[in-house]
Design a protein around this ligand. Structure first.
Ligand code: PLP
Length: 434
């Protein structure tokens, strides 16, 4: 690994997270005069920085404000979409805190500050997609390094690891991390990183993040957790010991199925610095409009997550009692094999459910073609309910024998429960089930 995440570099104690974005050169504001001349205006003519540290506030409040402040030049309450690629300089090399939008953009800065605050981390780094965020984490490693990953994971993550990163000299082993002995045995001297999702996609296995981090750190190995399925509202992996948290902000974080985005959050200064370097060097950045949309989506993250979870619990219970359903996987059900771990490390079950239909592809296809409120589509985490067939859709890029071994069979269906009326949702499923 190019940087040391573990064990020497234990995470620094949490200091005030980027609750307020500081514009690097806020003492000067650049404006155009009525004649179109460029002029600078002294800070006395701009708004003062609000004297608020949002980290002192509860999650719901931070979702609305963290990382943001009223626009200092106009007082605009909402963070402007700084739709610009470049920034004027007063003199060569003398800029106003921003020089080029691949490197820094004020709208993106606000999003990064907000994400860091919600995950309880010191640094947030935003990327153009969840896959880009994962790729940048892999770029923290060096050729010859080994990654031990959970076996059940998003098909695109598997494709990135085996189809791209292995060619760059990284080595991957996929293990079932519910078995801690197997995990421990898989870690060798070349292992630099453990990669896990929890709950996993699509089987919703829940891993004991605290125990896994202890095992990893004892061996000098860093831990990255993909927290896409629960969002920081229900689970905060940094608090459980993880070194890096990764998100596809495309999902619950944004919540409206209108953006593709990703992010990494960490307490490690050196890792953050390297990720910022990669952000600028590789350039997989979100545009200002996308950053703004995610920022806006986050403002309702707590209310959405509460409703997702409440609806999902009722849908899961309905499915569990239905004769056409063989088995349901949902961390909020006592029948879930890792129910106790879920209770220990999360504050809610999230909104994703998978279930096995009695029968196979024919029954699944008929159901997927019959639903009306659930949309047959890939992705998850939006306010609208989605339904999909992992073996044919989201996990098609995973080798067939690996899918079979994991239990991603033709009868497996995944749903992302939205925030519609619960009776409408259950009625839709009831009508479509064989
Ligand atoms: C758990 C998980 N991580 C990462 C990703 C990749 O994110 P993106 O589609 O934003 O690249 C996905 C996409 O479905 C996912 O489900």
């Amino acid at each position: 690994m190019k940087i040391r995440l573990c064990p020497e570099a234990s995470p620094p104690s949490k200091v005030s997270v980027a609750g307020v974005v500081t514009f690097a050169s806020s003492s000067l504001t650049c404006v155009r005069t009525s004649t179109g001349q460029l002029a600078t205006r002294r800070a006395t003519e701009t708004m003062d920085e609000p004297d608020v540290n949002y980290d002192d506030y509860d999650f719901d409040t931070r979702s609305i404000f963290a990382g943001q402040r009223p626009d200092p030049t106009t007082g605009a309450l909402m963070t402007p979409i700084y739709q610009t690629s470049t920034y004027v300089q007063r003199s060569p090399g003398e800029d106003f805190g921003y020089e080029y939008s691949r490197t820094h953009n004020p709208t993106r800065d606000a999003l990064e500050g907000c994400l860091a605050s919600l995950e309880g981390g010191e640094h947030g780094v935003a990327f153009g997609s969840g896959c880009a965020a994962m790729a940048m984490v892999m770029h923290l490693l060096e050729s010859g390094d080994r990654v031990v990953s959970c076996d059940d994971l998003y098909g695109g993550s598997h494709r990135l690891f085996t189809g791209v990163m292995e060619d760059m000299g990284l080595d991957f082993e996929f293990v079932d991390m519910t078995d801690l002995d197997t995990l421990e045995a898989a870690i060798d001297d070349d292992t630099e990183l453990l990669w896990l999702e929890t709950p996993t996609n699509p089987l919703l296995k829940v891993y004991d993040v605290e125990r896994i981090c202890e095992i990893a750190h004892d061996a000098g190995v860093a831990v990255a957790v993909d927290n896409t399925f629960l969002s920081p509202y229900f689970q905060q992996p940094l608090d459980l010991g993880a070194d890096l948290v990764v998100h596809s902000t495309t999902k619950f974080i944004n919540g409206h199925s209108d953006v593709v985005g990703g992010a990494v959050i960490t307490n490690h200064d050196e890792a953050a610095e390297q990720l910022k370097f990669l952000q600028n060097s590789v350039g997989a950045v979100p545009g200002p409009m996308d950053a703004w949309l995610v920022l806006r989506g986050i403002k309702t993250l707590p209310v959405r997550m509460r409703q997702h979870a409440e609806n999902a619990q009722q849908v899961a219970e309905f499915l569990e009692g239905h004769e056409a359903v063989e088995r349901v996987r949902f961390p909020g059900l006592e029948s879930h094999p890792q129910y106790e771990i879920a209770q220990k490390q999360t504050s809610g079950p999230g909104g994703v459910i998978t279930f096995y239909l009695e029968g196979g592809l024919e029954e699944a296809r008929e159901m997927l073609e019959t639903v009306r409120i659930f949309s047959l589509a890939e992705s998850l985490g939006g306010v609208e309910s989605l339904i999909e067939h992992p073996a044919i859709m989201t996990h098609a890029s995973m080798p067939a024998d690996m899918r079979r071994e994991l239990g991603i069979t033709d009868g497996l269906v995944r749903i992302s429960v939205g925030i519609e009326d619960i009776d409408d949702l259950i009625g839709d499923l009831d009508r479509a089930l064989p």
